[in-house]
Write a protein that binds this ligand. Structure first.
Ligand SMILES: [Zn+2]
Length: 309
């Protein structure tokens, strides 16, 4: 395994980490842990921290931006990151600072607590990132773009306290995966006749649709294709809460199901929940209707189950 010497090495090494879990689910654990640690680093926290001390904050992050099952397995990325990039980016240490070997399956949460396990970037990676705030911000932006839809990137950074405003550095990584189709937005908006499929919002200023977006059902960052049947036209608000898992769409009848995990004040409740159980506004051709496979992915990977009655 090549060692990591330069900013370009850092960006490329993290771009190549295997993030997605086996079985095709969306990747949340490793990207969120690395982002979380970049936030600590920007705040000049020490290189390592005890699992027990950061567990609650990381669990909260997984609850808000991860899959429904993610918080229960919060210790996994602390273990598995040790085995990426030949062990050169992340380390676990005993309470006394001795490196822990991480062969085999990850132990449970209680082991991490009981042993006083400490975790952090490997010293060389920590030193490079700590010396270069622009690199730190560039890596954070790269991870956000690689693993999360645009609707959530700023929210995740804000929640972690990450500063993304450092200037870009010259180096950049070759990211695995596909290019976005620039025509996707227009094709999806046309399929839905330029209105939000939830609320019908269709404001235009001249010829410009304002506040209307093409939502991927299965995220582009999770291999969701740029096709109409994986897209729905939504206003900015509904797009955002769809990506946050506040509601999902039933494949059988294309009706909307809202999560039991929403907190709503009086003014918001009647507005938001009036769509619960209602059908989406259908696209103009049945060929564009959301496909079951994509909706199933959204229900499993994004929706904050359980749904309301
Ligand atoms: Zn809407």
């Amino acid at each position: 395994m090549a060692t990591i010497h330069t900013p370009a090495d850092i960006l490329q090494t993290f771009a190549n980490i295997r993030m997605a879990p086996a079985g095709g689910g969306r990747a949340v654990h490793k990207p969120l842990l690395i982002l979380f640690w970049l936030g600590r680093l920007q705040s000049n926290e020490p290189r390592t921290a005890a699992f027990a001390d950061v567990e609650a904050a990381f669990k909260q992050l997984l609850t808000e931006f991860g899959t429904a099952s993610a918080p229960a397995t919060r210790q996994l990325p602390f273990w598995h990151l040790c085995n990426d990039a030949g062990g050169n980016i992340w380390q676990l240490e005993s309470a006394g600072g001795i490196a822990i070997a991480t062969q085999g399956p990850a132990p449970g949460v209680t082991w991490f607590r009981a042993e006083g396990v400490r975790a952090g970037f490997a010293p060389a990676v920590d030193a490079l990132l700590r010396a270069d705030q622009a690199l730190c911000a560039s890596l954070a932006r790269q991870l956000l773009q690689q693993h999360f839809p645009e609707t959530l990137q700023v929210d995740i950074a804000t929640q972690i306290g990450l500063d993304l405003n450092e200037p870009a550095i010259v180096a950049s990584a070759t990211l695995p995966g596909r290019r976005r189709d620039p025509a996707f937005r227009e094709r999806v908006l046309r399929a839905y006749e330029y209105r939000c499929c939830v609320c019908g919002f269709d404001l235009r200023i001249g010829n410009i649709s304002a506040g209307l977006e093409a939502a991927h059902i299965q995220w582009f960052t999770a291999d969701g294709p740029d096709v109409e049947s994986n897209g729905m036209a939504m206003c900015s608000l509904h797009h955002k809460i769809f990506d946050l898992g506040a509601f999902t769409v039933e494949p059988a009848n294309l009706s909307m199901v809202f999560s039991q995990n929403l907190q709503l004040g009086d003014a918001t409740r009647s507005n938001v929940l009036s769509y619960h159980g209602a059908g989406i506004i259908r696209p103009q051709s049945a060929a564009y209707a959301p496909q079951k496979a994509y909706l199933d992915w959204h229900a499993k990977e994004v929706f904050k189950a359980p749904g309301r009655d």
